[in-house]
Design a binder for this molecule. Structure first.
Ligand code: ACO
Length: 429
């Protein structure tokens, strides 16, 4: 197999190196194209652009494969935990017992936010979206850790990473309590990561929330399944900000903003809103499917489709099973789950969805689990952000550790006006 691609341009032939990944993925290296030819490549929405080499997560969208550091997501979902998967993503290997203990201890030691941070929560209106609060508070946290700025950042990476993973959960729970006018509940040292989050969300001052193992397990699975997903919109945003050597907290806060949109992490909230709307209108789903096929309706089947997966999203398969198991064990029936299953069945038979290879993604069933747990809809994307934090940190670390890292700076093809002159305001019409 040739290790160069040949490009013929204006009568000249250029050789471009081929880069091959460890899973056999091939890319044409165009980094020297402009200096050699005067041309750039154009790829609106980056659908065909490899923005980096990364050793963290592998996806084969055609085959529906997802692996963290080479380990299939199905094995991790079955046997691992969110905290262990976080270590795997960030440090590149499964922790041994000592490493696991040290990492867990660091998470526990750093679970409380700085007490002065609590005043910041007072400034948000009661109806503020928790993603706005989360992003603002992660950024505000960086003010409390001056070591984040400058070269000490690298030496203290482990502590900063543990702080961010641990405190994002505390900030999320505090913002929920604040928006519901409830007193904040502090973390408890004896609880593990996910149990502690549920405790901070749902305990009250006089009575602790009853931690049911099946609920803790289901939420831990949601965190684990969201922990990384290679160069998606929010992770690329984190890398973009990190490439300017901004600190870890600033980079992660930018990731939260990118995740918020309904075409990305905000889809889990949009799915439940869509299912609720279908339920209230008395539709069995068929009217909505017709509308989703019509480009003029402005409606999409939320939780369906993916830029990379052109096959069933493996996370959706795992979540669908977990959803059935949790609802059964809690003896809960949810009409929205029935609608979701009907929608999926109907959509997968429709030529519109088949031809475009649109399958359920991770967001299609995760909201139903969160509803059953009692997490309000506006917190769904926050849950996604808590889960995604290790992936963002792993990508931040990859940039920080790369001696050849450069600032990210894409180019563009300018299509605006040319040859314009400045007109003084008095002469403008
Ligand atoms: N419902 C109806 N039609 C759809 C849907 C959908 N959910 N998704 C894509 N299509 C159609 C598009 O209209 C387009 O049709 P066309 O070729 O006739 O113009 C075609 O399928 C391709 O769609 P694109 O928007 O070009 O696909 P893209 O890769 O840009 O977008 C995305 C992927 C954003 C996920 C899209 O499928 C979507 O909007 N889905 C719904 C929102 C959602 O669930 N997002 C969560 C993604 S997963 C995550 O972030 C965790």
């Amino acid at each position: 197999m040739s290790n160069v691609a040949k490009l013929e341009l204006e009568g000249k032939v250029y050789e471009l190196p081929i880069v091959v990944g460890t899973e056999g993925e091939k890319a044409i290296d165009v980094s020297a194209l402009r200096s050699a030819t005067g041309h750039i490549t154009s790829d609106d929405g980056y659908g065909n652009t490899g923005s980096c080499n990364s050793a963290i997560t592998f996806i084969d969208g055609e085959k529906g494969i997802l692996r963290y550091r080479g380990i299939p997501i199905e094995e991790l979902a079955e046997q691992s935990t969110f905290v262990e998967a976080a270590y795997l993503l960030i440090y590149g290997h499964l922790p041994n017992s000592d490493e696991m203990k040290r990492f867990s201890d660091l998470l526990t030691k750093n679970e409380n936010i700085h007490e002065d941070m609590k005043h910041h929560f007072e400034g948000f209106p009661a109806n503020a979206h928790p993603m706005a609060i989360l992003s603002a508070m992660i950024n505000a946290s960086s003010c409390f850790y001056p070591g984040l700025m400058g070269p000490a950042n690298k030496a203290r990476f482990d502590i900063h990473a543990a702080r961010l993973i641990s405190q994002v959960r505390t900030i999320a729970a505090f913002s929920y309590r604040k928006s519901h006018g409830l007193p904040t509940i502090y973390p408890k040292r004896q609880y593990k990561y996910t149990a502690n989050f549920l405790h901070m969300m749902f305990s009250d001052i006089y009575e602790d929330y009853e931690l049911k193992p099946e609920v803790v397990k289901a939420l831990d699975l949601i965190f684990l399944l969201h922990a990384d997903h290679e160069q998606n919109c929010s992770t690329s945003t984190v890398r973009m900000v990190a490439s300017s050597q901004a600190n870890m907290f600033a980079s992660a806060a930018a990731g939260v903003c990118a995740l918020w949109g309904p075409l990305h992490g905000g889809a889990n909230q949009a799915v439940i809103e869509m299912l609720g709307q279908i339920h209230r209108s008395g539709d069995d789903g068929s009217r909505f499917i017709q509308a989703a096929k019509d480009k003029n309706s402005g409606q999409r089947l939320m939780g369906f489709g993916h830029r990379v997966y052109k096959n069933y999203d493996p996370r959706a398969r795992i979540i669908k099973k977990a959803c059935d198991e949790l609802l059964n064990s809690m003896h809960v029936t949810d009409p929205l789950l029935d609608i979701a299953k009907r929608l999926e069945e109907a959509a997968l038979k429709e030529s519109y969805f088949i031809e475009r290879k649109l399958y359920p993604n991770v967001d299609f069933y995760s909201g139903i689990i969160m509803r059953a747990i009692g997490i309000p809809t506006e917190m769904f994307t926050v849950i996604f952000a808590i889960g995604r934090m290790p992936g963002w940190i792993a990508n931040f670390k990859e940039i920080m550790d790369d001696p050849k890292a450069r600032i990210y700076r894409p180019r563009q093809v300018y299509v605006g006006p040319v040859g314009q002159r400045y007109t003084p305001i008095a002469q403008r019409k």
